[in-house]
Write a protein that binds this ligand. Structure first.
Ligand SMILES: NC(=O)c1ccc[n+]([C@@H]2O[C@H](COP(=O)([O-])OP(=O)(O)OC[C@H]3O[C@@H](n4cnc5c(N)ncnc54)[C@H](O)[C@@H]3O)[C@@H](O)[C@H]2O)c1
Length: 378
């Protein structure tokens, strides 16, 4: 039986957009924010549920030495809101949530602390489902799962799906194929030159998909060992010294697969590529009207929103809740091709940037979801 619904005034049925937050720590746009403290293990954490109109909130746990409590709160509010949009665009039955654990994981992370965190996740009865993020790993989720049923990103030995980079890279490749279809009329990178910045877990696997598809790949990475490892598998790759050389070089597609903030003004002005499509999170340095997304449009560059094309990982962890099935999760990640085409078409039709179009699609889906908060089935 489903518990009686609770109407939330902050979640009107016509729009998910609440009044603009007063400041970066204003929680009024979020359904629920939970402050967690367990002095015995040293746990201090915040769990933020932004919106559960489409289902239980899903998003990872970031373990980070925030300088102030407000920094941690601002981060979890921003990240959980981002997850609402990512999950909605990915078409998975989940709302957006995120957790942050405050402190240096290298010094305070312990099984006791992770178990204490798991108990707080469990206390939400399934309204929040956690996963890995910066500072938390598959082995950590195995420990968190000792005290909660709502931890994904576990190891295969513990019923989990393991490393999410495989489907993240696959999803980015699908998004890139869709952009190629949109720009050049064919869903292939054959004969194109793709520049990848960052050949870690995602960039490395993406390189393999591109070479198999017939593309030429040029890469850069600050970690020489990552480049050498890639060269051993794919000796045909070209390597350049840094990101500045990569984006100024003669490339058809730019794939940021390193850290956030990849698309600053200088990069956008220097880009030779017609398409930007990569796995890195938070690529746009200036968000909103007149920001980086609009500058890309002005330069005639097709930008595939990061949260749209890098959703393969979240699609993978959401599948864990059903009892992980790689083929089913891969089918979900394959749909990123259609989702990207839809976003690029919508952007053209409405004369907006793809980033604004993706936001709009996500907001419409959330507005059409449940008018009440999601409650666990009893
Ligand atoms: N792994 C996933 O499933 C997943 C899911 C969604 C989003 N992402 C995002 O994708 C990006 C890559 O993730 P990953 O798991 O491959 O991380 P990773 O740490 O394995 O790889 C990142 C690589 O980028 C390189 N790098 C860092 N700074 C650089 C710079 N200035 N220039 C060139 N290279 C640089 C690093 O040396 C490293 O090899 C991140 O932004 C991550 O948040 C990853």
């Amino acid at each position: 039986m489903t518990a009686s619904p609770v109407t939330t005034p902050a979640q009107p049925t016509t729009s998910i957009e609440p009044a603009a937050p007063l400041d970066r720590t204003d929680t009024s746009g979020h359904e629920q924010v939970v402050f967690c403290s367990d002095p015995k293990s040293g746990l201090r954490a915040i769990i933020a549920l932004h919106n559960t109109a489409l289902g239980p909130a899903l998003g990872g746990t970031r373990f980070y030495p925030y300088e102030t409590h407000d920094d941690a709160l601002a981060d979890v509010l921003r990240l959980s809101r981002g997850m609402s949009y990512k999950n909605a665009v990915a078409g998975i039955p989940h709302g957006g949530g995120k957790a942050v654990i405050i402190g240096d994981p290298n010094s305070i992370k312990s099984p006791e602390l992770l178990r204490a965190f798991g108990r707080f996740v469990e206390s939400l009865g399934g309204r929040y489902v956690t996963a890995c993020d910066v500072g938390t790993y598959v082995q950590d989720m195995d420990v968190v799962a000792e005290t909660t049923r709502f931890a994904t990103g576990r190891s295969p030995e513990n019923g989990g799906a393991g490393d999410s980079s495989v489907l993240t890279a696959f999803g980015v490749f699908q998004g890139m194929r869709a952009a190629a279809q949109h720009v050049w009329g064919e869903p292939t990178l054959r004969g194109r030159k793709v520049g990848i910045a960052g050949v870690g877990k995602v960039g490395r696997i993406l390189t393999g998909h591109l070479i198999e598809d017939g593309a030429t790949v040029v890469v850069t990475d600050v970690n020489a060992a990552a480049v050498e490892a890639l060269r051993e598998t794919h000796p045909e790759i070209e390597v350049v010294s840094d990101v500045a050389a990569l984006v100024r070089g003669d490339i058809d597609v730019y794939a940021p697969c390193a850290l956030g903030g990849a698309l600053d003004n200088d990069t956008v002005e220097a880009l030779t590529a017609r398409i930007v499509c990569g796995g890195a999170n938070n690529q746009l340095v200036v968000e909103g009207d007149g920001g980086t997304a609009d500058r890309l449009v002005a330069r005639g560059i097709t930008y595939c929103p990061d949260f749209l094309v890098n959703a393969g990982g979240v699609i993978q962890v959401s599948d864990e809740l059903l009892g992980f099935d790689f083929d089913r999760a891969k089918t979900g990640a394959t749909a990123i091709f259609e989702h990207t085409l839809e976003v690029l078409r919508t952007a053209d039709e409405h004369g907006t940037s793809p980033a604004a179009a993706a936001d709009h699609i996500a907001e419409q889906r959330m507005a059409a979801g449940s008018p009440t908060i999601w409650l666990p089935t009893r």
